[in-house]
Unconditional design. Structure first.
Length: 364
């Protein structure tokens, strides 16, 4: 792994890592080094940089933190940072009022970026439906966090905001390609490639009832003149997860004015995400590439065939995060995987769900 700063590539680090995530906007990196005392410190923080893994760019961002510890004989340096999208995570919006529907999520994000003056582009790989005047008119409040505002809109359209290797925003969905690679831990086999693994099953974040409450924007009365006032006020909807005992319910307020159908989709999305995250499966493999030291780099948003007898998993799973690591143990990659349909409105093996009507009747 190399850290390139101002066109100069630095290597020979004692430890390094770069983590890429499908379910997070900004990717992260860290590098550690030790050198002889008296060597000038090459980094002060704030430098633009690229992270290279096996010669391929995986992250473009900035050094944000430099920690130095030293004595008369040597000193150690820890360098860490995030990709360029970190500026969206950290910045607040001043006054922005030109977000008039109909408008796309891509255009909203581009106007936020222009407002902040950040050097970031937006790629739309999902093409979610436009926000319409009857439901979605509104502007961010002065002082509102930029990412929280756009993430709320992304959740409403059930899409993910992530970043590419150049540090730009990508609007995407879990529509992964099927990788030829496989992860294997078969008891007694000699060709297993899983070095270490872990799996946990956690139901504490799951509920029997998921319901989103919202109203339509009052402007809808003008945009859709026949809108009933009661319907305008009550646009709540949800689903039930029959796999979870009754008495556990999650009621959330929609991030933006929403229709009943949109709230039903948001509830389904919420249930699916929480179900997927209830099974946490992580493995470490040798090397950075899908063949160990050959083939493509491991990548997020890919389907991998998993045969792990110890964990009791025999299925295709979605790569949610990839962490490239280098330390005294050598080159390894840690993969976090979730159910293949974790970020969709349908499940490959659906659990029975029932609609919950406006009266919130659990027996409906």
């Amino acid at each position: 792994m190399k850290l390139e700063v101002n066109g100069v590539a630095y290597e020979n680090f004692t430890a390094a890592s770069a983590t890429l995530r499908l379910d997070a906007l900004s990717n992260t990196f860290s590098f550690g080094a030790a050198s002889v005392a008296g060597t000038p410190l090459p980094f002060k923080g704030g430098e633009a940089c690229r992270v290279l893994v096996d010669g391929e760019e995986v992250l473009t961002g900035f050094i944000e933190l430099v920690d130095v510890n030293y004595d008369e004989l040597s000193h150690s340096i820890l360098i860490s940072g995030r990709d360029k999208t970190a500026d969206l995570l950290d910045s607040n919006i001043s006054t922005l009022s030109d977000l008039r529907a109909p408008i796309s999520l891509k255009t909203v994000i581009e106007r936020i970026i222009a407002h902040l003056g950040v050097n970031i582009t937006v790629t739309d790989n999902a093409s979610p439906a436009l926000f319409n005047a009857a439901e979605d008119l509104g502007a961010p409040e002065p002082g509102e966090n930029a990412f929280e505002f756009i993430e709320g809109l992304a959740r409403k359209r059930q899409v993910l905001l992530t970043s590419d290797s150049a540090g730009n925003v990508v609007i995407t969905q879990a529509a992964p390609t099927e990788s030829k690679a496989a992860l294997q831990n078969i008891i007694g086999a000699t060709d297993n490639n899983i070095l270490t693994g872990s799996v946990s099953y956690d139901r504490t974040g799951r509920f029997n009832v998921y319901r989103f409450t919202a109203t339509l924007n009052p402007v809808s009365l003008l945009s859709a003149g026949t809108t009933d006032l009661a319907a305008l006020v009550d646009q709540g909807d949800g689903i039930t997860d029959e796999d979870i005992r009754e008495g556990r319910q999650l009621v959330l307020v929609a991030e933006a004015p929403s229709s009943k159908d949109q709230n039903s989709n948001r509830a389904t999305w919420e249930a699916n995400v929480r179900r997927a995250r209830g099974r946490v499966y992580s493995v470490t493999v040798l090397g950075y590439r899908q063949g160990g030291f050959t083939g493509d780099l491991w990548a997020i948003n890919e389907l991998i065939t998993v045969k792990d007898e110890f964990a009791g998993i025999n299925a295709q799973m979605l790569v949610n995060s990839v962490a490239f690591n280098f330390d005294e143990g050598g080159r390894t990659t840690t993969l976090s995987l979730v159910e293949r349909d974790a970020y969709t409105l349908t499940l490959a093996e659906p659990e029975e769900t029932k609609k919950v009507g406006g009266t919130f009747d659990l027996t409906a």
